[in-house]
Design a protein around this ligand. Structure first.
Ligand SMILES: [Zn+2]
Length: 130
């Protein structure tokens, strides 16, 4: 039986791809890798990773609960990464634009976002949409 591809759309299995980042966030060497791992964390409703990969200045008391609640309430379909600027191993900032396709209340939805990523504590984190 063929293993399923990682939810982020790479040609690897989840265990070979985003799972490694979910276990150790420093495994995300680029902003795009972190972005892909965040998408997979939404698919898996992994609230701990979503918080860990979000800049500490954005944390609120209910953030994890709200993210997990939303992540579980939709059906995730796929991720398309369109473009990245900087965000490589030796950069401290990066921009990734993507579209996440999902179904919410039986409606097809597409979240298109250009996101800013920065390094915090020596690893990539999501800062905000720009
Ligand atoms: Zn992946």
């Amino acid at each position: 039986m063929k293993n399923e591809n990682c939810p982020c759309g790479n040609d690897l299995t989840y265990l070979e791809c985003c799972h490694l980042v979910h276990q150790d966030i420093k495994k995300a060497k680029t902003a795009e890798q972190l972005m892909r791992a965040r998408y997979s964390a939404f698919v898996k409703a992994n609230g701990d990773f979503l918080i860990q990969s979000w800049h500490s200045s954005k944390h609120t008391p209910t953030l994890k609960h709200d993210l997990v609640h939303w992540a579980m309430s939709v059906k995730w379909i796929r991720l398309e990464v369109h473009e990245t600027q900087q965000g490589l191993e030796n950069d401290n900032e990066g921009i990734v634009s993507f579209t996440a396709f999902y179904m919410e209340k039986f409606m097809n939805r597409a979240l298109h976002e250009t996101s800013k990523f920065v390094k915090e504590n020596d690893h990539w984190v999501y800062l905000q949409a720009i």
